[in-house]
Design a protein around this ligand. Sequence first.
Ligand SMILES: Nc1ncnc2c1ncn2[C@@H]1O[C@H](COP(=O)(O)OP(=O)(O)OP(=O)(O)O)[C@@H](O)[C@H]1O
Length: 455
Amino acid sequence: MSQPEAFGRYRVIRRLGSGSFATVWLAQDDLLNYPVAIKVLAENWAHQMDIQYRFLEEARILRQTDSTWLVAVHDVDVLPDGRPYMVMTYADQGSVADLVQRGQLPLDEVLRLLTEIGQGITVLHNHGTIHRDIKPSNVLLQSSPVGQRVLVADLGFAKSIDEASGFTAAAGTPGYMSPEQSIPGGDLDVRSDVYSLGAVAYELITGRPPSRPPVRIPPGRIRPGLPPALDELILSALSVDRESRPADAKTFTDRVRTIRMAPDLPQAVPWWQRYRMPWQRTAALLVSLAVLTGTVTASAGSPGLSLTTVRYATQQLRVQVPLVWAREFHTGREVYPAAGTGSEPEPGLLVATDADGWSSDDTRSYGVYATVVPDDRGLGGTGTGPCGSAPRERELDTGVWRGTVWEWPECAGNGSFSSAAVHQPGVPGTVYLEVRQPGYRPDLVDEIINGTSVN
Ligand SMILES: Nc1ncnc2c1ncn2[C@@H]1O[C@H](COP(=O)(O)OP(=O)(O)OP(=O)(O)O)[C@@H](O)[C@H]1O
């Protein structure tokens, strides 16, 4: 297909690539001054009703799910010659397949990617959809102010869970698709996607997809030094018998998160150094809001735990958080504190393993939320917080900070949750903090409060 000049108001810049059914173009929305990717159904398929239906169905699912972890569809239209096209978010950093080709990825990077891919597939499963073609080339990457973001793409084979349980034509990509997908007429459920997640995990770790099922070589034999729990998870996802796989994408992702949170997980390079490119591009915006100072110190009370200082310039606030939690952060009015109403953003600083999941009840996002509030604001643990039970209350005096800490050692099966309202005698303003951690370590909460400063 020769390069068209424009699709509607979108000016074509260049071709991004072609798949079996469509060509994707990079275009510029001159009105909004923003790049977009436009997927156009190939001419030879455009008049086949079932293919046209599937193309529009992909657009509908992506429009309806509207998730940060999935490619977003902004619009669809039809060209004068009858070919439909969809206008999508442009993923400017290629795909996970490109990333794997560039060389071995550090383990913490692999786990971050898997968590984000798993979140995207969880959104689809919650929507009642099975992706059916999860593979590294269908996971795109986009730069964002907090680093690189995963966007799950290409729902050309996606099917509703209800339809997939009846007669289903064989579809998927060898190497990544579950054994039951290669049987025409076989009924499918979300565990087919779990198999593909296992296959993507295998490739992210070893650089190559798993062998044909049954998969017997654990990834840790190809890349020694993996946490045994990761080997176990991947091999269980790749089980021929789907009863032995994790039940769905959420279960798989939760297990990846738990592995990722282990304090002894080898840390390669801190993420803000790895994403130098997008970080520098957005530096002007971010520096005024928050900075990871890059100072890494050993925790006084917890041998082996490294802490890093994060600064929120608008409130002159500095907070120390364990380095393993400092993967994402939100600042300003984008933050939804866990103990808030959940629907109203508050000013403040959130540093967490998964900033987007922070305020959800069943989150396994660990981290710290902190903000400076006027003294007269009602604060604290009088309600049940996000944990559905009454908290323990204790008074705190660190010599620098005085106040109250409310603690839920068991927060809805997701570790512990603590909140604190502390002030410095004679200094106006109160610092309100929330700490979520995988276990219950009140000493760590005290250490975080101790490392907080306002100036
Ligand atoms: N939103 C997007 N932003 C940037 N590049 C994209 C986007 N969507 C698709 N691409 C790129 O366009 C190319 C074609 O994508 P498409 O989804 O049509 O096919 P595919 O995944 O390569 O193949 P197939 O559909 O046969 O599995 C791929 O290289 C893909 O990385």
